[in-house]
Ligand binder design. Structure first.
Ligand SMILES: [Zn+2]
Ligand SMILES: [Zn+2]
Length: 166
């Protein structure tokens, strides 16, 4: 019943980026919409802006297959460790070895799964691909080829968007 929805979807910028779906460099199209809080279908108030960088080749958000940040796995492992410690504490304090060992077992399985996903995670490769992307120069529009209006950032008057150079 309480939730958010997005209103509008306008193009505001172009930027060089790495598409995680096509796995290639691309000029992404920045699109913005307003996030509106609603109760049932009654809009209450805007809570922010949503920005998406769309790939012109696959029409997906260029970050939609971004690998998980390694920090997430460490948080997961810390949770598993805490769970195991609680399991040991339960076994020692209450003498209920069964309850304690179930927690330890679950935490061991959780850790094994996390370690597996950590090993197949391609975050470093993704970072390297992003780092290799050359920023746009900002002299001509990468989409229509028109000369840009100078400014910070420069602007394509024909496409009516900013061209981000960083
Ligand atoms: Zn793509
Ligand atoms: Zn243009």
């Amino acid at each position: 019943m309480l939730g958010t929805y997005r209103v509008g979807n306008w193009k505001f910028a172009y930027r060089a980026g790495y598409c995680t779906v096509c796995e290639t460099e691309t000029v992404a199209e920045g699109r913005r919409s307003i996030v509106v809080m609603h109760v049932y279908f009654v809009p209450l108030f805007p809570v922010g802006l949503h920005t998406a960088w769309m790939c012109p080749h696959c029409a997906c958000d260029i970050n939609s297959r971004r690998p998980t940040h390694p920090g997430t796995f460490y948080v997961g492992l810390a949770c598993a460790a805490i769970m195991a410690a609680i399991g040991v504490a339960i076994a020692v304090v209450t003498g209920n070895r069964e309850a304690g060992s179930i927690l330890v077992l679950v935490s061991a399985v959780m850790s094994a799964v996390l370690v597996y996903f950590m090993r197949i995670n391609r975050y470093a490769e993704y970072r390297e691909n992003v780092r290799r992307v050359e920023p746009l120069i900002g002299d001509v529009c990468p989409v229509c080829g028109d000369a840009l209006q100078e400014g910070n950032p420069p602007r394509c008057l024909f496409c009516d968007v900013n061209v981000l150079t960083n």
